[in-house]
Design a protein around this ligand. Sequence first.
Ligand code: GLU
Length: 288
Amino acid sequence: MFRTRFAPSPTGPLHLGHAFSALLAHDMAVQHEGEFLLRIEDIDRSRARPEWENQIYEDLTWLGLSWSKPVMRQSERLQIYKHTLQTLWDRKLIYACHCSRKDIAAAVAAPQEGADPLIGPDGLVYPGTCRPDNSEDRPDTIPTDAALRLDMARAVAGQEAFIFEETGNGPSGAHGRITFTADQMIHEIGDIVLARRDMGTSYHLSVVLDDAAQEITHVVRGQDLFDATKIHVVLQHLLNLPQPIYHHHDLVRDEHGKRLAKRDDARAISLYRSEGLSRQEIRSLAMP
Ligand code: GLU
């Protein structure tokens, strides 16, 4: 059975880019006689607002979409994320990190003069400042005053390469069986944050656990997340979770070719609605 989902964060209005993603996922589910689910990605408590969540339900309903109930909300799953972090901690696959962004920028700028610092899906590739050598015992309980990073070299150990299936397109047109190596993960993506200090989790950890919990067979989402998918594939491997098929789609861009952002309120679905555009008109704006 084909099961897909739309997973917005309630941190601003849905715009045409979201409409495109939701409509595409929904259309694919209908086409495959499958199921379309909704997940509210509200782990960032400092930015998520109930009024944006309500607006999401309203906009999607107005667009003619319906979804299987209940809606999953990440804020209700913090214990599950915590439990998984504890197992990764016990396996010495994550470690506590106290570095600020500034510390990381300073560390990557210093030693390799001339070489450009590497940028991964989450920003600068972490230089490993807080990574322990793991020869010593560590406390059983996870420190609460630090971020938790994945020790990528340990995470990919024993595996030369990873594969996932792409039915859409990566940024440079990648399609079909996508292969990437353990070495690329270590050097080009590195020790990403799996739990932010202020959230107790991260987008990467939550999305992987939730896609598995919702038994998602096909992930339909924007091309900007193509590299993040490599992290998700490694996490699925580590946590023994099924791997969905991925369908990354082109991003909706403005007239200058820039991708739409949350603050692009000018293209908010709610604004078009208030201006009297019909559902069909929005559909053709989002999916020209
Ligand atoms: N909450 C993410 C976003 O709004 C969704 C990412 C995903 O579909 O995996 O970008």
